[in-house]
Every structure is written in structure tokens, then in C-alpha cells.
Design a protein around this ligand. Sequence first.
Ligand SMILES: [Zn+2]
Length: 344
Amino acid sequence: MEEPDETRYSRQVRFTPIGRDGQARIRTARVLILGCGGLGAETANLLARAGVGFLRLVDRDVVELSNLQRQALFDENDVHEGLPKATAAARRIAQVNADVQVEAVVADLDSSNILGLLQGIELVIDGFDNFEGRYLLNDACVKLNLPWVYGACLGGGGVAALLVPGVTPCLRCLQPTPPEAGLSPTCDTVGILGPAAHLIASLEAGLALRYLVTGEAPRHAAMLSVDVWEGRLERVDIPYLPEEQSCPCCVGRRFEFLDAPPPPAVVLCGREAVQVHPAVPAQPDFRALAERLRMVGEVVVNEYLLRLKLPPHELTLFHDGRANVLGTADPALARSLVSRYFGI
Ligand SMILES: [Zn+2]
């Protein structure tokens, strides 16, 4: 008679490149997933079903009704209970596959805690909704020689790539600096389609499983790019040429994001308010930002500030990139709202 494990994973084991040996490697794998939104939660779902032995899930937000359009690991009960995403995802995964050890971490990732979260991990999945986190992760992974799967999704499309230090380019080889704060759209301002998020999450999970089974990057490193609305699929080679590149991170071994102190978020005394400082110097373009935010809520702009009213919260952005968030005394929530709506 077949062992229960053999039945559960039989279709995956019959896939020749995995086989029994590959399944045994998947079972002992230890993966960190940063962000449990459209990309992170779905990748967690696929990796848990595939039998990845240990998953550490990190997220700072709670499940909201506007997540359910694309984040299939969550349901209306999670919204009513006000559960943190990491907790809700871990609870669901325990129902899907009790053999998987899941650790939920409700935390705001920054330079003070990322190295601790990477302890005992062999592969990282990017489920971030902001660039700040990706550049920090890139520094940490290059420093510790850890592979990670890059993934980003917006509107109807997105990109995914496996980045292995010393073998493929790192994020800063591909894009030396993050986009200027406040200029990049976010899924809270320009939207995101469920099929696009699921497709990018599937690409990330596929790259992750292949790496866990084979222990190597594909011979030709590539950025995979898709758009479900336009029906476009592309694969762009990203050769690694360290002798020709002047990457400050993987060539220069300067870890500017990891070595920077965490950006302060200060709870303003006596008020339900938090002041958030930008991680990198920012000079937001109020006009462009206001244009995008008019779909989101009431916007007030003058020469000093941009204010976005999102009851029960009110976000005020200043020219130096500093933002005040009214309606909460929770620094993680304040930072999350600033990142989502101002892209800072
Ligand atoms: Zn590099």
C-alpha cells in the first residue's frame, strides 16, 4: 500500500524532473516569504501544497475586504476577525497541509530585523508591495549568499526572476537605485488584476520549486514578463557580467540599504497619529501623485502639503517625504498606508 505522502504528492513525483529524490528535497526545504499579499500568499499556498517542509511568513498588515478580489488564501471571516495576514495565511495553510511547519511573523521588515528572519532559510520569496523592501532584501541576500525570487505585479501584468548571488545579476545590477519615492504607481493607486497576481505568484513558485529540487539557477538567467490583459509573454535574458558591471552591491559589496538605520516612525504624543520618515530621501511630485490619488479618496494639495482623506485615516505628505498619518497609533499600519498610497 502507498504511504499517505506518496499519494498526496504522487502527481508531482511522477513529473520526471522532480521524482522521489526531488520530493525528498522539497520536504526538507526552508523558505522565507516576505509579504502575504497577492504574490506572497499565493506562492505560500502553492509551496505548501507542493510539500515544502518549512515556511516562514512575514507581513505587517491585516486582511482587508479589498484583498479578497485576488488573495485566494483569505476569506470574509478573516476580514471580520481582523486577522493579520501572516496569521490568517498560516492558519489556512495548516488546514491545507498539516505536514508543513509554518511560522507566522507579524512584523514591519526593516534593516534591524531582516538578518534574523533569514536565519535557517535557504530561499526567499519576494511578495513585497514596495521597492524599499526589495532593495533591503537584495542587500541581505547578497551579503549572506542566499538566492531569492524577485516578483512584482501591477495592473494587468508583472515580472518574476530567480536571483542567485554570484550566478545571476542582483537587483541593483538590473536597476541600480529604487524609483524615486512618490513617483512609482502602487496597486493601491492604479489597481491590480487577480489573474495577473496569480500568474506572477505561479512563476515565482515554479522558479522556487525548480531551485529547491536542482539546487541551481537555470543556465540562462532570465526575467519573465507577462501581461494577462494584453496577452503578452516575454523572456528577457539577464546575463551576469560582474567584470563589466560596477554594481555597488554584488561587486562593490556595499550594503547601503542594509547598513542604513531603520526609518523612524514616531507616534505623535497625545494623538492618534504617527509620523513616518522616508527610507531614502524623497522629493515627491505632488501634482503627479494627486492625479493618481483622486480615484482613491479626497485629495487636498497646496504649496506645503498633499492630504489624502481615507476615513478613518488621513495621510498628509510634506515636500521632504515626511508623512503624518492620523487615525492610528500603530507605526506598522502608518508605514504601510504611506507605502501603499504615496509609494514611499
Ligand atoms: Zn549586483
